[in-house]
Design a binder for this molecule. Structure first.
Ligand code: CAO
Length: 446
């Protein structure tokens, strides 16, 4: 005996009119219970609608680009038998919690992990011919890391099965989403030698394992969990640190005049204006002058992708760890717009309210520890970017003017760059260009 079972959009909280971005099956396909049938994506999260029984797809009532809401029938399955099947857990797609996926780079934000969908919610008797998948979390507060690969759970699973690192796969789907064909193409390019797998597990280090120490033997201890953001970003920081040949170029910018100007402008406008917005403007000017700094190596590492836009990531210290929101089109904004956006974004970053898209698409990052202190540090490049500017605290220093020492306010700049893409001379030129820009207030584009 066969039964037609309607597959409906499960409980997705307060969301409605969610676009279908991917059909994972076609009419006539035989599917297993719990197999994903289609992918939905709101501006906050991605999820899959699973089959609630094994059978053959007889109807697909939606297409890519349609929007759907809870309870809408999306497919019909002809089930071979109607024995009660435990409702499968809906397959939420908050990528960072996928164990086998490498977590994101320093720019990353660790998301709130989605709660597993409730099993068996809204059970429907098999004889009604209409069943619904259990509720699916579509958490509006959930954020994705900036550089986490943008792919549906099915594609993630597929990549895992093939051992493909999605970080290295370029997405050809809408908005850069990685689709199945991108993964197969990537694997093919590796197999044919067209691309080399990026350094990762295969870095070739042969090191002894970390010692396991029972610290309690030596005194009182307390064990605290690492935050999700730290876990996720830690692995990416590690990857970037060991796989990118970093060089850090240090320089000092004389910002004595800039500081006078900054304080005057802040007073005039009655706004908070920190040196950081001047650094954003300086970085845009330097990126225009040295386009290879506004670039990324492509997956084959045979080409450099030069970007014609100027989106700057700003490292923000939050109670849960480091996140890097991206301020878009910094070339088209003045220092006051940048200051307003920076204030608003960093407040939302600290409240864990950034949207995934707000942490994506950066060209170059700035990590400013100037509000805290220090004289220099080595910022870790936020791949796939090729350079990052670290900024330490400015201080009054004696500067020789040829005849006498003058007190000047000096700002330490620490530029880390990817030595595969940028050579040392250009690293020094770029940093000097930044310093010159900050020193020459008459020519600043504010
Ligand atoms: N030298 C001297 N003073 C500086 C300075 C510098 N380089 N940079 C900022 N300041 C001053 C500011 O002018 C401000 O002074 P007032 O209190 O008198 O207004 C004060 O320091 C605090 O600045 P801020 O931190 O509030 O603002 P910001 O624009 O400089 O930075 C933000 C904003 C979000 C980047 C910063 O708050 C932050 O989170 N920094 C940490 C980034 C980080 O963790 N990087 C490490 C990444 S690697 O793990």
């Amino acid at each position: 005996m066969t039964t037609q079972i309607e597959i409906k959009v499960p409980d997705i909280g307060d969301f409605s009119d969610i676009p279908v971005i991917e059909l994972l099956v076609a009419v006539g396909d035989t599917v297993e219970a719990e197999q994903s049938l289609l992918t939905l994506e709101s501006d906050k999260a991605m999820m899959e609608v699973p089959a609630i029984a094994a059978g053959v797809i007889t109807e697909l009532r939606v297409d890519v680009g349609d929007t759907v809401s809870e309870d809408q029938v999306v497919a019909v399955i002809e089930a071979a038998e109607v024995a009660e099947v435990e409702a499968p857990a809906a397959q939420s797609a908050q990528p960072p919690v996928e164990a086998a996926q490498p977590p994101p780079p320093p720019a990353a934000v660790a998301p709130t992990a989605p709660q597993p969908a409730a099993r068996g919610a809204k059970p429907t008797p098999p004889s009604t011919g209409s069943r619904q998948s259990p509720p699916v979390p579509m958490d509006g507060n959930t954020t994705l890391p900036a550089n986490i690969p943008y792919a549906s759970p099915a594609v993630r699973r597929f990549a895992r099965e093939l051992g493909a690192d999605l970080i290295q796969v370029a997405g050809s789907g809408r908005g850069g989403r990685i689709i199945r064909e991108d993964v197969t193409g990537f694997v093919k390019s590796i197999m044919t030698g067209a691309a080399r797998p990026a350094a990762g597990g295969g870095l070739g280090f042969d090191l002894p394992p970390q010692p396991k120490v029972n610290f309690a033997r030596y005194g009182e201890i307390e064990v605290q969990p690492i935050s999700k953001i730290q876990k996720v970003s830690g692995a990416y920081l590690h990857r970037n640190w060991v796989s990118i040949p970093h060089v850090t170029q240090n320089d000092l910018a004389d910002i004595t005049d800039m500081e006078v100007l900054r304080k005057a402008r802040a007073k005039e406008q009655g706004v908070k204006l920190t040196p950081l917005v001047f650094l954003i403007k300086a970085s845009v000017a330097a990126l225009k002058e040295f386009p290879t700094f506004n670039a990324s190596l492509d997956a084959t590492r045979e080409h450099l992708v030069l970007k014609k836009f100027f989106h700057i990531g700003i490292a923000v210290d939050t109670p849960d760890g480091l996140v890097v929101p991206v301020i878009r089109d910094c070339d088209q904004k003045d220092i006051f717009q940048l200051a307003a956006e920076l204030g608003e974004m960093s407040a939302r970053a600290r409240a864990g309210k950034l949207k995934p898209i707000e942490m994506q698409g950066g060209c170059f990052s700035i990590s400013s520890l100037g509000g805290i202190g220090g004289t220099s540090f080595t910022p870790i490049i936020n791949a796939p970017e090729v350079a990052i500017l670290g900024v330490s605290r400015s201080s009054m220093q004696p500067k020789w003017d040829g005849e006498a020492f003058q007190p000047r306010m000096m700002l330490p700049l620490c530029l880390s760059y990817d030595h595969r893409v940028i050579d040392g001379a250009n690293g020094a030129r770029f940093t000097r260009y930044l310093a010159n820009y900050l020193e020459d207030i008459g020519n600043m584009d504010l």
